[in-house]
Design a protein around this ligand. Structure first.
Ligand code: UD1
Length: 417
C-alpha cells in the first residue's frame, strides 16, 4: 500500500504553477459528449477523478487521449446505451454525464453515482431539474432511467445552489429546444468556466456567476481548444500549508478572485498576501493567529473544500477558533487523525472548536477522504519529525502528485510502498 513519508518542520518556499481545476475539468469532459468534433482541454491534472471520467467517456464509445498535460476528446461515435455501471457507481461526478447525454441523445440510463464519503450526497435537485425540463425520470434498483424524448427548455428554481445540479441542467439545456432558466443557481468560478466552454463551442449560455443562468438551445456544438480555470482548492491547500509551516510561496496561474475568501482568512491569521492578475504570494513569518469564526458557504463564501485544510492550520494557531460546516455532514473525520498529532479539536454536530497548540507531533495517520487527506499532509509538514500518511489514494483523486508539488516548495516529502 502506498504512503507518504514526510519529514516536517521546514518552512515552505519557492514557486509553483497551479493546473486546471478538477471541478472544472470534470464537467467540461462531460460536456464534450455533446460535440462530434475534436476537443483539446489544456493543462489538466492527471488525477484519478479525471481518469475515471475519461474511462466513462471511453465506455460510451468516445475517444480520449492524454497529450502531455492536455486531454484530447472526440465523442462522434458515442453511444450512451453502453454506460458501464461499474464505472459510474464509483465516482460522484458521473452524474454530470446525464445532462449532456440527455441533451444529445434524449435518453440516459446510469447507476446511482458514488464518490467521496463526506456525507449524504443526494441528487434530488438534479432529478427535479430534469423533470422541469420535461424529462421522465425513474429510479429503479439503483439505476436512473431518463426518457428525454420531450426534453425542452423550462424554468428550474433550485432549492439550494447546488454546483453539480446547476452544471448538469446547464448542459441539458444546450441542445434542448427553447430557453432553460436556472434560478438560485450556484455561482462558483467553475460554473462560469463551464459557461465559457459551452459558448466557445457555439452554445448560448449567459448569467453564470449570478444566481440566474439562461441557456438557449442550439443545434450543435463545434470543437476546439480550451484552457479551464485554475484549481482554487489546490492553490488554497498550498497557501494554508505555507501559513501553517511559515515560509514564502508564490503560486502562479491562480486567479486571485477565485480564492479571495481563503486569502482573507489567511490574512486574518497574520500572513502577508500579495496578488497579481494571475498569481498569489504568501509570506508567513510567525505562528498563525486564531480566526474566531469561519463558516463554509457556497461561493463566494468560504469553500467547504478548504474546511479541513484551514482547520489543520488553526490547530497550531495562537488562540481558539470555531469552524462551522454548512454544506456537508460527516466532513470532520480527519479531526480524529489530527488529534493523534496532538491537535486539540472538539467536534459537535457541524461545529469544530480548535484550541491552537504550539506544535503538532509527528504520527502515522490515515486519509479517509480527499480534502481531509490534504489537511493531514499540511499537519505532517508542520510537525517536527517524520510522519507517515496512509490512504493516499483519496488524496490522488484531487492532487496530481502532491509530493512533487510540495517538494518544489521545499518540503521533505516522498511516496513509498
Ligand atoms: C461540488 C464539488 C465539490 C464541492 C461541492 C460544494 C465538483 C465535481 N464537486 O460537489 O468539490 O465540495 O460542489 O462546493 O464540482 N444537494 C442536495 N441535492 C442535490 C445536490 C446537492 O441536497 O441534488 C446538497 C448536497 O448534499 C450538499 C449541498 O447540496 O449538502 C452541496 O452540494 P453540491 O453543490 O451539489 O456539490 P457537488 O456538486 O456534489
Amino acid at each position: 500500500m502506498e504512503k507518504l513519508i514526510i519529514r516536517g518542520g521546514r518552512p515552505l518556499s519557492g514557486g509553483l504553477a497551479i493546473k486546471s481545476a478538477k471541478n472544472s475539468v470534470l464537467p467540461i469532459i462531460a460536456c464534450c459528449i455533446m460535440s462530434k468534433e475534436d476537443i483539446l482541454i489544456r493543462n489538466c491534472p492527471k488525477i484519478t477523478d479525471v481518469d475515471n471520467m475519461l474511462n466513462i467517456i471511453e465506455s460510451i464509445g468516445g475517444e480520449t487521449k492524454w497529450r502531455g498535460a492536455d486531454i484530447y476528446i472526440n465523442c462522434r461515435y458515442a453511444n450512451p446505451r453502453l454506460v458501464d455501471a461499474n464505472l459510474t457507481s464509483g465516482i460522484r461526478s458521473s452524474i454530470f454525464i446525464l445532462g449532456p447525454i440527455l441533451s444529445r441523445f434524449r435518453y440516459a440510463q446510469i447507476s446511482y453515482p458514488g464518490g467521496c464519503d463526506i456525507g449524504l450526497r443526494p441528487i434530488d435537485l438534479h432529478i427535479m431539474g430534469f423533470r422541469r425540463l420535461n424529462v421522465r425520470v425513474e429510479e429503479n434498483n439503483g439505476m436512473l432511467l431518463c426518457d428525454g424524448e420531450g426534453l425542452r427548455g423550462g424554468i428550474v428554481n433550485l432549492d439550494f445552489p447546488s454546483v453539480g445540479a446547476t452544471e448538469n441542467l446547464m448542459m441539458a439545456g444546450v441542445l434542448a429546444g427553447g430557453k432553460t432558466v436556472i434560478r438560485n443557481a450556484a455561482r462558483e468560478p467553475e460554473i462560469v468556466d463551464l459557461q465559457n466552454f459551452i459558448n466557445y463551442l457555439g452554445g448560448q449560455a449567459h448569467g453564470a456567476g449570478t444566481d440566474t443562468i439562461v441557456v438557449t438551445g442550439t443545434k450543435k456544438l463545434s470543437g476546439g481548444e480550451y484552457s479551464p480555470v485554475c484549481d482554487r482548492i489546490v492553490a488554497g491547500t498550498y497557501l494554508a500549508a505555507a501559513a501553517m509551516c511559515t515560509g514564502d510561496v508564490t503560486l502562479k496561474n491562480v486567479r486571485p478572485h477565485t480564492v479571495y475568501s481563503v486569502i482573507e482568512k489567511l490574512a486574518r491569521a497574520g500572513c502577508e498576501l500579495y496578488e497579481t492578475h494571475n498569481s498569489v504570494r504568501l509570506i508567513a513569518k510567525n505562528r498563525p493567529k486564531a480566526v474566531p469564526k469561519i463558516e463554509t458557504q457556497p461561493f463566494p463564501g468560504f469553500p467547504t473544500d478548504m474546511q479541513a485544510q484551514i482547520t489543520a492550520m488553526l490547530s497550531v494557531a495562537d488562540g481558539s477558533s470555531m469552524i462551522v460546516e454548512n454544506l456537508f455532514e460527516n466532513r470532520f473525520r480527519y479531526t480524529m487523525q489530527l488529534a493523534k498529532m496532538g491537535a486539540d479539536i472538539t467536534v459537535k454536530d457541524r461545529v469544530v472548536l480548535v484550541k491552537g497548540v504550539k506544535a503538532l507531533r509527528p504520527a502515522a495517520t490515515t486519509a479517509e477522504d480527499l480534502r481531509g487527506g490534504a489537511a493531514l499532509v499540511s499537519a505532517a509538514l508542520c510537525a517536527d519529525g517524520v510522519s507517515e500518511i496512509l490512504g493516499i489514494h483519496h488524496i490522488d483523486r484531487g492532487y496530481e502528485s502532491i509530493e512533487s508539488d510540495l517538494s518544489r516548495l521545499n518540503a521533505d516529502i516522498r511516496r513509498a510502498r
